[in-house]
Write a protein that binds this ligand. Structure first.
Ligand code: SF4
Length: 239
């Protein structure tokens, strides 16, 4: 069971003044290499808020969150999970919960990122389902080679961690890498950039490791590229 919180007007300087959600930390997938190892909201200004949401003392149920999403104006840009991830058990995305979010987002422009493993067929199906219906879930890569693997799936746009002092222009397979402009310009934020909310945008969005966990986070970038694993058998949802 997760706890879901919406801040109607964010004071996060990276997102700008748009609605943002925070999801309890039990939504984070087990394979996320940033868990306790440089994940930005564990260290940054979000930490106290995320702890309260994770403890269940702030926020509410998925049903309550969906009421709030449906109350947003049409075409509203909003950020899914400034901390946390998609609903799920840590390995498999909870498709029913995701479908509820997709339905609530209809006509709005929700976007976010996931570290859920898209090489698991069930997760790939769920992520594709959301993206095809306008709830844009970017796949989070650990480095450039991983970004190539994720982009080759063709189910969702891709973002990646970047090291502290290097902003590459291309992946090993030649895909364009665009550093998040909010990392480099004070006047840019999600509210006026919106790239991550564009369906199947082609550039790999790079997030430079930053904050007090930056040194730990960039270790993820320089670690060996994860080997591709075989997809699990399709679940009944996909049958
Ligand atoms: S690339 Fe643009 S939309 Fe994506 S996180 Fe950065 S500022 Fe926000």
């Amino acid at each position: 069971m997760h706890t879901y919180h919406m801040t109607r007007v964010s004071t996060n300087t990276k997102t700008g003044p748009i609605p943002v959600t925070t999801i309890s930390d039990n939504s984070c997938p087990v394979i996320c290499p940033l868990k306790k190892k440089g994940c930005y909201p564990e260290y940054g200004p979000l930490a106290m808020h995320w702890r309260a949401v994770s403890a269940g003392t702030r926020g509410g149920t998925l049903d309550e969150l969906c009421v709030k999403i449906k109350a947003l104006p049409k075409r509203q840009l909003w950020r899914w999970a400034q901390a946390g991830d998609l609903p799920g058990d840590g390995t498999l995305i909870d498709f029913a919960a995701l479908a509820q979010l997709v339905e609530a987002n209809t006509g709005r422009r929700g976007f976010g990122y996931t570290h859920y493993d898209p090489f698991i067929a069930h997760n790939a199906m769920a992520i594709r389902y959301a993206n095809e219906r306008g709830f844009i879930i970017n796949l989070s890569a650990n480095n450039l080679a991983h970004a190539d693997q994720l982009a080759a799936l063709g189910i969702a746009p891709v973002a990646t961690v970047l090291p502290i002092e290097w902003s590459p222009e291309r992946t090993p397979e030649g895909r364009h890498v665009a550093e998040c402009p909010a990392n480099v310009r004070d006047d840019m934020m999600c509210a006026n950039c919106e790239i991550c909310a564009v369906p199947m945008h082609k550039s790999i969005i790079g997030f430079r490791a930053h904050g007090s966990g930056a040194k730990k986070a960039q270790i993820v970038f320089f670690a060996r590229t994860p080997k591709l694993i075989e997809s699990h058998e399709p679940t009944p949802i996909e049958a």
